[in-house]
Design a protein around this ligand. Structure first.
Ligand code: AMP
Ligand code: MN
Ligand code: MN
Ligand code: MN
Length: 284
């Protein structure tokens, strides 16, 4: 593989909580100069074949992708999988189990919001769902913004959808070791997504990185839409310390919501092994 100049290995389509289809994302990635792309929908690989075909139609290289929700130390951590076989039945089964509780959780979120005077939020959120197997907090956020309850999605999360707030329903996701295993068993490489977002203590963060490594995880997102320049440098150091390869992805969800567009990211800091170097044989 020629060295990609502008890889973007993290984004979401209507198959999870993005607002663009896989085909629209491929067109946008190509227009923005992305030359190696991965669609990483939450807990779902249903968009992968469409993304492979659309990438090919636009002449851009593609790695399969997924972002798996994991519960680690009572917090939610996201693990990105890249370059796996998207038809692998063990991956499909693991993701189906992980998605399973989303429906009942969403109903309960609606009930809790009704108790603070916001009625019809579950039915409202459902109207924004592109994939009936995947209702997420993002769909509630879109409903609460469009119906005028909040000004923007950050305000929704701040006031209603994060721990301790009225619409937050705790949920148990996949185990770290299982998620890493689904990815590696199907030929892929596991990556800790946006590590700066977890607000772990230094001890817990060390535990996450060490356990992830022990389970066979090989990468960490260093450059992502939600990392500052200082955070990118900090996780570049962590990548070197733990012997992890580095990834780069915008985490783009929507032209109206995401402040970082596909492919509009700074380069990886120097002196790192990029994940795409380890995935050369897995590119479509
Ligand atoms: P869920 O998987 O249903 O818990 O929803 C998680 C999704 O909500 C994430 O993937 C983000 O897209 C979105 N999200 C989480 N926290 C925030 C936040 N503070 N502001 C905006 N979006 C957020
Ligand atoms: Mn999301
Ligand atoms: Mn995430
Ligand atoms: Mn994401």
């Amino acid at each position: 593989m020629n060295f990609p100049l502008n890889p973007d290995l993290h984004c979401h389509s209507t198959t999870s909580d993005g607002t663009l289809t896989p085909e629209e994302l491929a067109a946008r990635a190509a227009a923005n100069g992305v030359d190696l792309w991965a669609l990483t929908d939450h807990d779902e690989v249903g968009g992968q074949q469409r993304a492979i075909d659309a990438a090919q139609a636009h002449g851009i290289r593609y790695l399969t992708g997924v972002e798996i929700s994991v519960t680690f130390a009572d917090a939610t951590v996201h693990i990105v999988g890249l370059g796996f076989d998207h038809t692998d039945p063990r991956m499909a089964e693991g993701l189906a189990d992980t998605r399973d509780g989303r429906g009942p959780r969403a109903v309960e979120m609606g009930e809790q919001l009704a108790k603070v005077g916001i009625h019809g939020a579950y039915e409202g959120a459902l109207k924004y769902v592109g994939n009936p197997r995947l209702i997420s907090r993002t769909h509630f956020a879109r409903f609460l913004v469009d119906s005028g309850v909040c000004r923007d999605t950050p305000e929704v999360f701040r006031k209603y959808l994060t721990e301790g707030k009225p619409g937050f329903v705790p949920h148990r996701w996949a185990r770290l070791g299982d998620a890493v295993q689904w990815i590696t068993q199907s030929g892929g490489l596991a990556v800790i997504a946006h590590p700066a977002r977890y607000n772990f203590s230094p001890n817990l963060e060390y535990a996450l990185f060490s356990e992830f490594k022990q389970h066979g995880g090989q990468g960490v997102e260093v450059v992502t839409g939600s990392h500052s320049a200082a955070e990118a440098l900090r996780y570049a150091d962590m990548a070197r310390e733990f012997g992890l390869a580095a990834s780069r992805g915008s985490d783009f969800h929507s032209p109206d919501e995401s402040h970082i567009d596909l492919g509009k990211l700074p380069p990886l800091p120097d002196g790192l092994t990029p994940v795409w170097q380890l995935l050369a044989g897995r590119v479509h």
